[in-house]
Design a protein around this ligand. Structure first.
Ligand SMILES: Nc1ncnc2c1ncn2[C@@H]1O[C@H](COP(=O)(O)OP(=O)(O)OP(=O)(O)O)[C@@H](O)[C@H]1O
Ligand SMILES: [Mg+2]
Length: 194
């Protein structure tokens, strides 16, 4: 039931996402980057776990490059099984290559990072709401990953993909901070404690 509702939101979100023109996406990405960089949780983070956006998602490769240059340590996901991913530290985008389903990942020669080292997780989404709930691609990867530690979490969301309320399930992990092009939303203040 909830899964069917989520599918509808996911599909509507993807359709919207795919219709944004490259120049609108670029503008949105730039604004979101500025917003994320305003956050104390970003500024004080030494180790940042961030997804590698593909297709019409936020082009986080630009962010990764910029943050590496600024001296941040960066870890990215590597899928190790169904719904399970590791965090792997990279020092250059060149360490990523195309893996299953076109996803850019570091290869097996890179060791998984000790999760306690991660100061901040940048969380992907297809749609999201102001309460910190999200819908991703539906593999449950982030719900399982974020359960492992009390990570600080930030979710950049294009405002065109922000919805009133995402369907919720027990296993969904709430994100601390939602950032849009012109808003910083502290989700706990909207009434949902983690
Ligand atoms: N902690 C968990 N343990 C076991 N199964 C889980 C867990 N979290 C999610 N799942 C399963 O993963 C599937 C997908 O979950 P959901 O629809 O919330 O995906 P999503 O949040 O969109 O995906 P993602 O986290 O990859 O972006 C569901 O069948 C759900 O039962
Ligand atoms: Mg979920």
């Amino acid at each position: 039931m909830k899964q069917a509702q989520k599918s509808r939101y996911r599909e509507a979100g993807l359709a919207k996402m795919n219709h944004l023109t490259p120049s609108l996406r670029q503008k949105s990405d730039d604004a979101l980057l500025k917003q994320v960089e305003k956050l104390t949780s970003f500024q004080s983070a030494s180790v940042i776990f961030i997804y590698v956006g593909q297709n019409f998602e936020i082009n986080t490769r630009v962010w990764i490059d910029r943050w590496l240059m600024a001296g941040k340590r960066i870890a990215v996901p590597r899928v190790v099984g169904n719904g399970v991913m590791d965090a792997v530290e990279i020092t250059s985008l060149k360490q990523l290559s195309v893996k299953k389903m076109g996803i850019l990942e570091p290869d097996e020669t890179h060791d998984a990072l000790f999760l306690k080292e991660i100061d901040l997780v940048i969380v992907p989404n297809v749609v999201a709401d102001r309460y910190g709930y999200r819908i991703g691609f539906g593999g449950g990867y982030y719900d399982r990953f974020l359960k492992k530690e009390m990570f600080k979490t930030v979710m950049p969301v294009r405002k065109s993909l922000l919805v009133e309320q995402v369907p919720r399930e027990k296993h969904d992990i709430i994100i601390d901070t939602v950032v849009t092009e012109d808003e910083i939303i502290l989700c706990k203040e909207n009434g949902f404690e983690r």
